[in-house]
Design a protein around this ligand. Structure first.
Ligand SMILES: Nc1nc2c(c(=O)[nH]1)N[C@H]1C(S)=C(S)[C@@H](COP(=O)(O)O)O[C@H]1N2
Ligand SMILES: [Mo]
Length: 379
């Protein structure tokens, strides 16, 4: 009689993908964590030097799906028997569905798919579902997570398998990225405001972060105030602002890409007044380090002084040699153009430039609340 076989380590698991259960689970948590952190950071990244954030995001996403396979193989027998369900099973199921939806929407968007579901595009859904995934996984971990032990990490073959799965995720990513490269920037945003021949046109849809919708500002009575840590505070009319520009007939210009985290990008030739020139007129006092740009609605963002100096207070876009004043929707009479920053930082309907000694940490709150002020609602 042959001796009885030892029970398999994890019934139903193919040996090639066998990993210690706790290693699988903590790796899944790690993938979600990395994807979440890089997803958030990506919303602040607009320069090509920040491309690695998106690369890491993509690889974490693919690795996440691949590590779900051994996880499902392990828990499937439990899932298939109603009697073995418990309180935490619902979180586990929800997490699995959320992973598939988040990775599915992310890939569909990156692959160029178009979908508008209740006013949300695939990228909007990807971000919303991403938050849901993090919530569900956190709940699942609170209900079920067990500490990782030294022995969960041991074994050369297991290490090789783990690296193999991560490597596969890293290998799939460039294939997908190459597939989508023709339809979007490295941030995932798709170009708009472009003629078929590649020249820019100034026709792209206006966007707000939440719902800022002030009444149109009358350029005849509009003033831009320059205050804060300066020697000479200024209150400039539209013509004063134009006159300040470097003593030349032509205003300052720069080509820059407005890249909205909602998924579109438009590269325009912007015309206006360089912030550095403006600040020289007001004479920045020693100790200044930040510049805050404030909209009539209270929407605001600040930039470090050196970066702010190279930004533009734009009053026009230029296409085919012709300057078009910024429409109300695009922030006229004047908006901030902050090259390399994401669209939500390009404050529209500017009324104040404030020089500060410390950054304004409440800006992240202000961009969410400005739409609910009377001015933000257009009263
Ligand atoms: N005052 C103000 N400025 C704002 C916003 C806003 O809601 N209020 N939205 C920002 C966002 S999210 C983007 S993408 C750009 C959009 O600029 P556009 O409408 O010219 O495309 O403006 C930014 N500036
Ligand atoms: Mo945006």
């Amino acid at each position: 009689m042959p001796p009885p076989l030892p029970p398999p380590l994890h019934p139903g698991t193919h040996p090639a993908i066998r990993l210690a259960p706790r290693l699988t689970d903590w790796t899944l948590a790690l993938c979600v964590g990395i994807a979440f952190a890089t997803g958030l950071a990506g919303n602040l990244t607009g320069r090509s030097g920040g491309q690695w954030v998106f690369v890491l995001h993509g690889i974490a996403g693919f690795a996440l799906v691949l590590f779900v396979v051994p996880k499902l193989r392990r828990v499937l027998p439990r899932l298939l028997h109603r009697s073995r369900w418990d309180r935490a099973t619902a979180f586990g199921l929800a997490a699995t569905v959320a992973v598939l939806l988040v990775v599915g929407t992310g890939n569909a968007w990156a692959g160029g798919a178009v979908l508008d579901l209740v006013g949300f595009n695939l990228l909007n859904w990807h971000i919303t579902l991403g938050f849901a995934l993090v919530t569900v996984v956190s709940a699942h971990m609170i209900a079920r997570a067990k500490p990782l032990r030294r022995r969960d990490l041991s074994g050369r073959r297991q290490a090789l398998r783990w690296l193999g799965i991560v490597g596969l995720g890293a290998a799939v990513w460039p294939v997908q990225a190459a597939g989508g490269a023709s339809t979007h920037r490295f941030t995932g945003s798709r170009p708009l405001g472009m003629n078929p021949d590649g020249t820019p046109n100034t026709d792209w849809p206006p966007t707000s972060w939440v719902a800022d919708a002030p009444r149109p500002l009358d350029p005849a009575t509009w003033r831009l105030v320059v205050t804060g840590h300066v020697v000479t505070p200024l209150a400039l009319s539209f013509d004063d602002l134009a006159a300040i520009t470097a003593g030349t007939a032509v205003m300052d210009e720069c080509a820059a890409t407005l890249d909205c985290t909602g998924g579109f990008a438009t590269t325009q030739q912007w015309r206006g007044t360089r912030v550095g020139t403006l600040l020289d007129h007001a004479a920045v006092r020693p100790g200044a380090g930040w510049v805050r740009f404030r909209a009539v609605t209270g929407y605001r963002w600040c930039l470090p002084l050196t970066e702010a100096r190279d930004a533009l207070i734009a009053t026009h876009t230029v296409a085919q040699g012709e300057a078009v004043p910024l429409s109300h929707g695009h922030g006229g009479p004047a908006r901030l153009v902050a090259p390399g920053r994401r669209g939500f930082q390009w404050v529209k309907w500017l009324v104040a430039v404030e020089v500060l000694t410390t950054p304004d940490l409440a800006e992240a709150l202000a961009i969410h609340t400005s739409s609910f002020t009377p001015t933000g609602r257009g009263e």
